[in-house]
Design a protein around this ligand. Structure first.
Ligand SMILES: Cc1cc2nc3c(=O)[nH]c(=O)nc-3n(C[C@H](O)[C@H](O)[C@H](O)COP(=O)(O)OP(=O)(O)OC[C@H]3O[C@@H](n4cnc5c(N)ncnc54)[C@H](O)[C@@H]3O)c2cc1C
Length: 497
């Protein structure tokens, strides 16, 4: 039997969230912590997604830690290898690699009320911890489409987030399912190499012109010499993107202006009227994620590409069949079908007080306080939990906001001799009622079906306000929203909030 390892703070995941938390813990003098990571390297999203053309949709000067600027970005919107390198370098610079246990997949976790500790199971042994920080990523679990017969396909099948680089697509007939953020990046990249590419689309995305460009050597030198200038650029990018909240949340009618730009982009790049009809979305821009690309539409016009809008009804050993009865023979199927977001696996793995699974405590829809704390789950701080997603700005900003909050919570516990904190039920309720109100009248309620919505139709994914208001709310831990106790084994006494 493998022995149980006891640590003070246990983080799961080594993407931006897990690494960022580790860096802050270290800076705050918490040295007894461990990061469990199922992969064999750090980077999270940027380690797992290696598909051709994978890149960030948010400019790099903003999509990076505020405390670790990189004056050397080579493009305004970085590609995956560069972001992955940045995260590995940052982990090395802040000396947190030695805290990571690679190749450890967490399979379950349970709060033990008697010892006031989390017991966390992995495929390589058990861990106990006072504080548990799942930073397992909202977009980390590939979602497989429910298509009859998919398992019977005899060619290669892989998800965009698990790209099979040993498989050569040259000269193949390929089916690509999905037209979301990943597909619009890899389709144009693989199109020149394949013999035939059938792109299966359920809903057309709104696509905007992409402004990516190389960052010149002079600019890089200037950023190195004057870090304040890079901070200024970061601030300007942040502010410009934040303006989109006006259209997303405050006045969806303002999105008409953005829609006009997208329509012009579409018309300028597509000459075939039938294709134009197929790629024109039938919902308000912004209701689903807006995607930037200058290559997507031209790729769809290439003679070896077919955009199929009929629903897939069946996959056979060598073909894909659609509702109109057409059967297309293919060698490989690529699933560009996104991730399990509202049905994240962690919710079925973690049991809180009373051995209740997270998913059961949610009552049908993911709910947390500030996307980080849940009633019934003492000393658990989840990174990028419910309603922290953004359609317009950098997720790293949200991560850093939550990092502030968690660190302040741990500091408060330490300074007041508190062993457990548990957010009050009424706090979570009131916070989520308010979120639901805030969602009313936003662009996300204008009638599209998106991965932002859970099975009940509730938007449990998006933060429906300015991101600086999230930053303000997470700047400090709010003790009055929590029940704070010393451990039952010591003194079962309530500590004044
Ligand atoms: C292709 C792609 C493009 C994106 N582009 C953008 C963008 O342009 N702008 C933006 O703001 N955001 C973007 N995102 C969102 C992105 O996920 C976040 O910005 C950010 O990287 C999330 O960091 P994280 O550390 O919270 O999660 P992740 O980076 O997903 O890291 C989670 C880590 O947890 C590990 N893990 C998960 N489950 C377990 C387990 N059971 N046991 C052990 N380890 C586990 C995973 O292996 C992973 O390393 C993109 C996401 C994807 C997939």
């Amino acid at each position: 039997m493998t022995p149980t390892t006891d640590v003070d703070v246990l983080i799961v995941g080594s993407g931006f969230s897990g690494l960022g938390m580790a860096i802050r813990l270290k800076q705050e003098g918490f040295s007894d912590f461990t990061i469990l990571e199922r992969a064999d390297d750090v980077g999270g999203t940027w380690q797992a997604n290696t598909y051709p053309g994978c890149a960030c949709d948010v400019p790099s000067h903003l999509y990076s830690f505020s405390f670790a600027p990189n004056p050397g970005w080579s493009q305004t919107y970085s590609r995956q290898p560069e972001i992955w390198d940045y995260l590995r370098d940052t982990a090395r610079t802040y000396d947190v690699l030695r805290y990571v246990r690679f190749g450890h997949t967490v399979t379950g976790a349970e709060w033990d009320e008697d010892t006031a500790r989390w017991k966390v199971e992995t495929d390589r042994g058990s861990f106990t911890a006072r504080v548990f920080i799942p930073a397992m990523g909202p977009l980390a679990e590939p979602k497989k489409p429910e298509v009859p017969g998919l398992d019977s396909f005899e060619g290669a099948v892989f998800h965009s987030a698990r790209w099979d680089h040993d498989h050569d697509l040259t000269g193949e007939r390929v089916a690509s399912i999905g037209t979301g953020a990943s597909a619009i990046q890899y389709v144009p990249t693989i199109q020149p190499d394949v013999a035939k590419l059938h792109v299966f689309q359920r809903t057309a995305p709104w696509v905007m012109p992409h402004s990516n460009r190389r960052i010149t050597r002079v600019e890089r030198r200037v950023y190195r010499a004057f870090p304040a200038l890079q901070r200024l650029t970061r601030g300007a990018i942040y502010s410009a993107r934040e303006l989109l909240v006006l259209g997303f949340v405050k006045r969806p009618k303002l999105m008409n202006v953005v829609e006009k730009v997208a329509r012009r982009h579409m018309r300028s790049q597509i000459s075939d009227p039938e294709l134009l009809r197929k790629v024109t979305p039938g919902y308000t821009i912004g209701c689903k994620r807006i995607l930037p690309s200058n290559q997507w539409y031209p790729a769809l016009e290439e003679p070896n590409v077919e955009l199929v809008t009929d629903e897939i009804t069946e996959v056979r050993p060598h073909s894909v069949v659609t509702a109109d009865g057409t059967e297309r023979e293919v060698d490989t199927i690529i699933l560009g079908t996104g991730f399990a977001v509202t049905d994240m696996p962690v919710a079925r793995q973690v049991r809180g007080r009373d051995a209740k699974l997270m998913v059961d405590s949610w009552g049908g829809s993911p709910r947390a306080h500030l996307g980080v704390a849940m009633h019934g789950f003492p000393n658990l701080f989840m990174m990028l939990g419910p309603n922290t997603g953004l359609g317009h700005n950098s997720m790293v900003y949200m991560i850093e906001s939550q990092m502030n909050y968690v660190i302040d919570a741990l500091r408060t516990m330490r300074e007041n001799g508190v062993d457990t904190v548990e957010v009050k039920r009424e706090t979570v309720q009131a916070y989520n009622d308010r979120l639901d109100q805030m969602h009313e009248g936003t662009v996300w309620t204008t009638g599209c079906k998106s991965w932002y919505l859970d099975d009940t139709g509730r938007n449990a994914t998006i933060w429906p306000d300015w991101t600086f208001s999230f930053r303000r709310r997470t700047q400090r831990f709010d003790p009055s929203s929590y029940d704070m106790r010393t451990a039952p084994a010591h003194e079962p006494e309530q500590v004044a909030a």
